[in-house]
Write a protein that binds this ligand. Sequence first.
Ligand code: SAM
Length: 308
Amino acid sequence: MIKNIEKLKNTIILGDCIEELKSVPDNSIDSCITDPPYNYEFIGQDWNEEEIERRTSRIQNSNTLVKNIPYGSGLAGGVRNKRWYERNRENILQYQEWIKKWGTELYRILKPGAYVYTFNSTRTVAHVQTALEDNGFYARDIIVWRRHSGIPKGLNVSKKLEKMGVSNYADWNGWHSCLRNEWEAISLVQKPLTNNYIETLHKYGVGLLNAQSENGFKSNIIEDVKRDKLEDFNIHVTVKPVDLIKQLIMLTVPLDKNYIIIDPFMGSGTTALACKELGVNYIGIEKSKKYVDIAETRLRRYDTAISA
Ligand SMILES: C[S@@+](CC[C@H](N)C(=O)[O-])C[C@H]1O[C@@H](n2cnc3c(N)ncnc32)[C@H](O)[C@@H]1O
């Protein structure tokens, strides 16, 4: 049932976004900034907490789990036979179908001209864009979030050959099965304008990008983002930096209380916190009660800190 937008403002809804988005009124939201699970094998199932716990316990004191989540699949170490490629293909197509399910509702609730920013891996972002285009959105850009980190995860061929006792292993020094992954993708799509930018702006107050920066014109590469020191209670494994989300908000809407940003995959509440810090309204949806509690604690702590 559609709810009053005033009641939804600045709340985090516990539930599956495919259902919960149905309660948001048509053409009521100014932008979506979201970070869905990248691991298409988990789709159709829960965000697999058991799997996360299993991996966390394997790599104590390591920050490589995030890289493990999008890529570390049952398929990762498999023999690359025909079946392996078929399963990979099935999985990515299921992922695309899943995106289309929530994308349909997202399209309905956004205002004409509103932007959607969706985080994804470099390998899967094309499918995010295609799925959202199928929902009616118009592809505008892929923003690069450059992280200056990332360790090569693939096969070091000469090391492997040496282990296998192959004599000319050194001929393959420097050859690997992948590149070092230094950036994450943010797909940027837009709900079609009403005729043109000016008409859309007058009618809905959105549709443009605040591209002016201190150094000139903003580019589609975001780098040197301030890292957060995470609070102990925040045990979510894929927390985005608040500063990064703030940059996306500032690119998209004027900072005032008339605007609403939605995040259907709220996790530990980073989008909500960034909105709160900037004075913009948010609506969050998150499937796991544990993460909703963490998000609410983060928001409460922020309120307490600024009122102190
Ligand atoms: C990559 S995390 C988001 C992390 C977030 N950006 C942060 O900084 O904390 C994705 C989140 O989506 C949630 N999720 C997965 N499927 C969902 C669904 N169908 N509806 C709502 N939330 C879902 C997961 O529980 C997980 O917390």
